[in-house]
Design a binder for this molecule. Structure first.
Ligand SMILES: Nc1ncnc2c1ncn2[C@@H]1O[C@H](COP(=O)(O)OP(=O)(O)O)[C@@H](O)[C@H]1O
Ligand SMILES: CC(=O)N[C@@H](CCC(=O)OP(=O)(O)O)C(=O)O
Length: 260
């Protein structure tokens, strides 16, 4: 039997911080037919709230250094405020959303990120997705909304990059579905020239990708995003796209497609 298509959409911090844009996007997302999953970040809001609490935010290579105080703040912001607000807006648009962290029903198991020379604290890298439980929700017309909080099965909460959550969920669900992964952010796609908002590169493949990195065209947060895109394609995800909030509309023509 052929697999059903599953849409996985990730929204980032700049979209989440603009209430009007976020609501318009959530209305379109709610109208998407078929099984779907929303993954949200919210790094920008977490940095603002940390700052208001007198905590400094430190990012290294696109990932937040998450000390004991920061893991408390990000859990409150991602798994509480943002996750529940997004689920409430989707309910308003008649999408039966369930706001979840990776802890709930052991949906996303992770381990503390260990890399040479950098102590990221309670930042997590993903080990496993509970695809059977997520499948159960989807089959009952429930739409999971995941935030960036995971756990290590030893009682420790971990903060995981939301792009990584989206690609790992897409990889994990690929055993059951044909998965389409969509990264939604504030620009129309990956740009040839960051000053020209319409200079969207329509297709990036695994050969052109390193050249764009060498030329400095791809930098900052786009580096881990593209790494996650290619990792997803290599591990069986069907389609990967990057674009703005109109990406979930069928009529949209301008975005970046990633291919192997
Ligand atoms: N070539 C590029 N095209 C588009 N954005 C780029 C490019 N190179 C670097 N960027 C930066 O990457 C950012 C997106 O990454 P990030 O801030 O992590 O997004 P999000 O929080 O939505 O995941 C953009 O806001 C932009 O500043
Ligand atoms: C470990 C790590 O970096 N976690 C991220 C999780 C949120 C996120 O990825 O948010 P955006 O998608 O809005 O950037 C962070 O705390 O910023």
């Amino acid at each position: 039997m052929s697999k059903q298509t599953l849409q996985i959409v990730k929204i980032g911090g700049n979209v989440i911080n603009n209430e009007t844009v976020l609501n318009a996007f959530l209305k379109d997302f709610a109208a998407l037919k078929g099984p779907k999953i929303l993954v949200h970040g919210g790094g920008k809001r977490a940095s603002e709230i940390s700052s208001a609490m007198g905590l400094e935010s430190k990012m290294i290579n696109g990932r937040r250094v998450t000390d004991a105080a920061t893991v408390e703040v990000v859990t409150m912001v991602y798994a509480g405020l943002l996750n529940k607000n997004i689920a409430a807006q989707l309910q308003k648009y008649s999408c039966n959303a369930i706001g979840l962290s990776g802890v709930d029903a052991n949906c996303i198991l992770a381990h503390k990120r260990i890399v040479k020379d950098v102590d990221y604290g309670f930042a997590g890298d993903v080990d496993a997705i509970n695809s059977q439980f997520i499948h159960l929700l989807l089959q009952n017309n429930v739409t999971p909304v995941f935030c960036a909080i995971t756990h290590d099965k030893n009682g420790q909460l971990l903060n995981t990059n939301a792009d990584t959550i989206a690609s790992e969920v897409a990889i994990g669900m690929s055993e059951l579905y044909l998965t389409d992964l969509n990264f939604v952010f504030e620009l129309k796609g990956v740009l040839e020239n960051i000053e020209d908002k319409n200079s969207v590169i329509k297709e990036i493949n695994s050969k052109t990708y390193p050249k764009l990195v060498d030329k400095g065209i791809i930098s900052d947060g786009m580096l881990p995003k593209l790494h996650n895109c290619f990792n997803a394609l290599e591990k069986g995800v069907n389609k990967v796209k990057i674009g703005d909030v109109t990406l979930v509309k069928e009529s949209i023509k301008l975005y970046t497609t990633l291919t192997l």
